[in-house]
Design a protein around this ligand. Structure first.
Ligand code: FES
Ligand code: FE2
Length: 417
């Protein structure tokens, strides 16, 4: 039975007519002034995903991360009681960087410049040659805290000293649903790639917000796995837009191209691209019903594509694995893209091969995205055209424009009284 015979692909814009259908400006992708407003009103005010709780599993484990868009380095530490604390990575002496960028384990936090020492709870513990300083109130000289909280095992920070909403409120209904996904089950089998791209952060985010481009950009890899004659342009099963976040569900092909060679061996031993939920479903472990996935409960569901406002996208696949992309703005036309692919812990040599093959395959797919986004940025920067024209399947791109536009409009209104 053809995919298109089993359900009617919904007209996504009919569900959300308030988004409109008109062309959108390229200005948010190329304007330095717009970029500065995003820095101030979006990135310094939103909850931002930094990492996973498993990365700092025990007391003294820490992450020191530079976040260029916030003009800050931050320190996330597991304290002695098992709590997760966030601080500016800035020494109270002369603002030295207390911990070098990266991850590690320590008993105390010590600034390398003149040796000031902090406890894991951020309080100041010791000052070398303290007698030479003047009237220090040591109780006031701990590290400056930054709002930090956890959702579904993801550590978030918020640079707003008084966040206007809690993380639970920020994630809202979307978070309540997706938060049931078993992210923690895949925490210890991860592959990461980092690429600095010559494009705006939204240019690359957009590429992960629609499978409409698979037929063309990914024709060498997954074009034939997802699309086919009954769904040639990879229409999605459904799309759900929340306040700021959103999700699409993508079907696998009902007649996928049979993999060859190593790809076939990998498919035989583990989850593979485009594998229908139905073909993986076995009784109690029916992946159609994995918590936090496949809201339409469609048997041919394969993957959900999520956009977590502002700068994260995520793919949760049938068969148990997920991909998360962090799009960290460096400048209006430069972005640090960090992709992390999480797989189950392999239980056999066959599974190990399958997961390793899939990591490399995924890297190749992602590089195909790189091949178009820098050229897209160049096109927008040229100013030859100042509008983009979106297909109805590109509704999550439109939603991002609306959300960002509204945040900046409200900020401008409050600035001007
Ligand atoms: S700046 Fe940290 S000890 Fe001097
Ligand atoms: Fe892509």
């Amino acid at each position: 039975m053809a995919v298109s015979d089993q359900w009617a692909f919904p007209r996504l814009h009919d569900k959300y007519p308030e988004l409109g259908t008109g062309p959108l400006s390229t200005e948010p992708y190329v304007s330095a002034e717009h970029f500065e407003r995003e820095r101030e009103h979006i990135f310094r005010k939103s909850w931002l995903i930094i990492g996973r709780v498993e990365e700092i599993a025990g007391p003294g484990d820490y992450l020191a991360i530079d976040i260029e868009i916030a003009k800050a380095s931050i320190l996330i530490v597991r304290d002695r009681e098992g709590g997760i604390r966030g601080f500016y990575n800035q020494c109270s002496h002369r603002s030295g960087k207390v911990m070098r960028e990266g991850k590690g384990q320590c008993k105390l936090l010590q600034c390398p410049y003149h040796g000031w020492v902090y406890n894991l709870d951020g309080s100041l513990r010791g000052i070398p040659d303290e007698k030479g300083f003047f009237d220090l109130d040591k109780a006031m000289l701990g590290l400056a805290p930054i709002a930090t909280d956890v959702w579904a095992g993801f550590i978030f920070v918020n640079f707003d000293p008084n966040p206007s909403e809690s993380l639970a409120q920020f994630m809202g209904e979307f978070g309540a649903w997706l938060g049931d996904y078993p992210f923690g089950a895949y925490a210890d089998n991860m592959a990461e790639w980092r690429v600095e791209l010559k494009c705006n952060w939204k240019t690359i985010k957009d590429a992960f917000q629609e499978p409409f481009h698979l037929t063309f950009v990914h024709h060498r890899t997954i074009g034939g796995i997802y699309g086919n004659s009954s769904n040639p342009f990879n229409y999605v099963l459904d799309c759900l837009l929340y306040d700021r976040h959103h999700s699409m569900s993508q079907p696998g092909s009902d007649t996928p191209v049979e993999p060859q060679g190593l790809a076939k061996i990998a498919r035989d031993f583990g989850p593979a691209e485009g594998q229908h939920a139905a073909s993986l479903a076995t009784g109690a472990s029916d992946v159609r019903f994995t918590p936090g996935t496949n809201p339409t409960r469609n048997p041919n569901w394969d993957v959900d594509l999520h956009g977590l406002f502002p700068n994260v996208t995520m793919n949760t696949f049938a068969g148990g694995r997920y991909l998360i992309n962090f799009l960290w703005p460096l400048a209006v036309d430069r972005t640090l893209w960090i992709a992390r692919a999480y797989f189950p812990r392999p239980k056999s040599a066959g599974e190990l091969f399958s997961y390793e093959f899939n990591k490399v395959f995924l890297r190749d797919i992602l590089m195909e995205d790189v091949s178009v986004v820098e050229g897209t940025q160049q096109g927008m920067a040229s100013g030859g055209k100042t509008l983009i024209n979106l297909h109805e399947q590109e509704i999550m791109v439109r939603h991002d424009h609306k959300v960002i536009g509204e945040v900046l409009r409200k900020a401008a209104e409050s600035e001007h009284g």
